[in-house]
Each structure stands twice: as C-alpha cells, then as structure tokens.
Design a protein around this ligand. Sequence first.
Ligand code: SF4
Length: 61
Amino acid sequence: MKTKVDKEKCIGCATCTILAPASFKMDEDGKAVEINPPGDSKEALNDAHDNCPVQCISIEE
Ligand code: SF4
C-alpha cells in the first residue's frame, strides 16, 4: 500500500498522525506528510482517510 497527502488541501489538523502515527507525520510547515511504506494497518489507514476533514489523503492498494 502507498499513501499520498495533497499538501495544498491539508489544513494541519494532525488527525491522521493520531490515527495512523506510523504512516503520517507533521512536517515543518505544519502539514501532514506521508511515511511510505505506511507502518499501520489498512484499517488504521482507512480511519485516517475517512476522518481527514478535507479528504486530502489518498490510498493506493
Ligand atoms: S487529517 Fe487531513 S487535514 Fe488533517 S493533518 Fe492529516 S492530511 Fe492534513
């Protein structure tokens, strides 16, 4: 699996880094950045995807 964050849309809420801490981290701009390959379960990645308030996370199988 591979994830991608659209940094243009990311509002820096950090929800994804809480739900999938081994797959997303905050960068120095206060935006989320993906860690590939993701270190969390598919369920955790889907949770992060579904709970991103601006829907800027994409997940590829
Ligand atoms: S949940 Fe979405 S908006 Fe919030 S930090 Fe992660 S990618 Fe950015």
